[in-house]
Ligand binder design. Structure first.
Ligand code: F6P
Length: 414
């Protein structure tokens, strides 16, 4: 075994586009700094009996920048579990930690780059506390890790969902159908919000905003009255039903996270019953995790890989790479794994969506000056005219600074 400096890298948890770009970036940067690089296989499992790894170099990582998945393999199951439910810490078995330390010592690992989401980085944090030299790289299509504005993989998932909406748009319009698209994201609505905005969704149902079927149906009818006889509904898999229930499967082990999925079908069936309209549901599922990364994710993941190596080189263990545009930086892993990053209902993207007339199924005008409560009875003669009247009324009750903005929109609506 060579005594050269050595960096290990592993990819853990659900895969996502951009993992290979991180590996390639780290290998290129590490090699330039004089490190030998090794990749552990199947996530953290490769660190312990049977220890399995692959020497990595610029040759065997050449051409992987554009490839989805991970050449190292990954798993979100196995012996390493550091979180139960959403955020309850589970202590790793001390014997497992000791084995990891032995592996790192035997292979002369100067630093271990752990690429993963919330659960995987919680494992890295316990390694750090145990004295194993680790740094983290935030990965997940869900974009739900705090301490970074974006994780790589998110943009690719949004691109996939947007493409699905573009396709659903034409067929929905042709058949005058209501189409429901269920997207991933666990308990965060980032994918639904961004794809809904980018793909022209009419209704977006998020875990962060309570909604009702009445309001969703109201939006569909409102569009009908505007002569738009189709509606695109984007629903996040983690959006709770109006009674507060999640849709999915409870996994066997008591403390394991629920496997979310199926809310789209429930939404579709309920609308069908209420409106006697044809409603179809598409569950996008793992298509969002597969395929090539977008150029944004390639660029971000590459920077993350390079920065992770820099953290090891500077012995800044226990830190996680993060991205606060335009800067790639780092924060303690402990900060990132403490809470989920979810969509703030008052955030500008939500407000922008409301200003466009996108419904979040809450029909609340309290949070945004642009959210209208439209009276369908009053709308019959002329939708545009009535909207303008409603806006003018709203302007009369709005604050001084907002009134001119609402008046301007009212004049556009006429
Ligand atoms: O965290 C990424 C993610 O794709 C979630 O959006 C989704 O709920 C979950 O993983 C699916 O996990 P699995 O691959 O185990 O079905």
């Amino acid at each position: 075994m060579s005594q050269r400096k050595r960096i290990g890298i592993l990819t853990s948890g659900g895969d996502c586009p951009g993992l290979n770009a991180v590996i390639r970036g780290a290998v290129k940067a590490g090699t330039q700094l004089g490190y030998d690089m090794v990749g552990f296989l199947k996530g953290y499992e490769g660190l312990v009996d049977p220890v399995s790894y692959l020497p990595l170099n610029t040759k065997n990582t050449s051409g992987i920048l554009t490839q989805g998945g991970t050449i190292l393999g990954s798993t979100n199951k196995g012996r390493f579990v550091a979180v139960a439910g959403v955020h309850e810490r589970v202590e790793l078995d001390p014997e497992l930690l000791a084995s990891v330390r032995v592996t790192c010592e035997q292979l002369n690992i100067d630093g271990l780059v752990c690429v993963g989401g919330d659960g995987s980085l919680a494992i890295a944090q316990q390694f750090h506390e145990y004295g194993i030299p680790v740094v983290g790289v935030p990965k997940t299509i869900d974009n739900d890790l705090s301490s970074t504005a974006f994780t790589f993989g998110f943009d690719s998932a949004v691109a996939c969902a947007t493409d699905a909406l573009d396709r659903l748009h034409t067929t929905a319009a042709s058949h005058q159908r209501v189409m429901v698209l269920e997207v991933m994201g666990r308990h965060a609505g980032w994918i639904a919000l961004y794809s809904g905005l980018a793909g022209g969704g009419d209704v977006i149902l998020l875990p962060e905003i309570n909604w009702t079927f009445e309001n969703v149906c109201h939006k569909i009818l409102e569009r009908d009255q505007e002569g738009k006889h189709f509606t695109l509904i984007v629903v996040a898999e983690g959006a709770q039903l109006p009674d507060g229930a999640f849709v999915g499967e409870q996994r066997d082990a008591v403390k394991q996270q629920m496997k979310l999925g199926g809310v789209g079908t429930v939404v579709a069936r309920e609308i069908e019953q209420r409106l006697h309209r044809e409603v179809r549901c598409v569950v996008l599922g793992h298509l969002q995790r597969g395929g090539n990364p977008t150029s944004f994710d390639r660029a971000l993941a590459t920077q993350f890989g390079v920065h992770a190596v820099r953290l090891v080189h500077e012995q800044r263990f226990g830190e996680m790479v993060c991205y606060w545009p335009p800067k790639v930086d780092s924060v303690p892993i402990a900060e990132a794994v403490n809470k989920l990053s979810t969509v703030d209902p008052n955030w500008s993207a939500v407000q922008a969506a409301r200003a466009l007339g996108i419904s979040f199924g809450d029909c609340s005008s309290s949070k945004s000056p642009f959210a209208l409560r439209i009276n369908t009875e009053a709308m019959k003669p002329s939708t545009a005219e009535t909207k303008a009247v409603a806006l003018t009324q709203l302007a009369s009750t709005a604050s001084k600074s907002l009134a001119p903005v609402i008046e301007a929109i009212a004049s556009l609506a006429q």
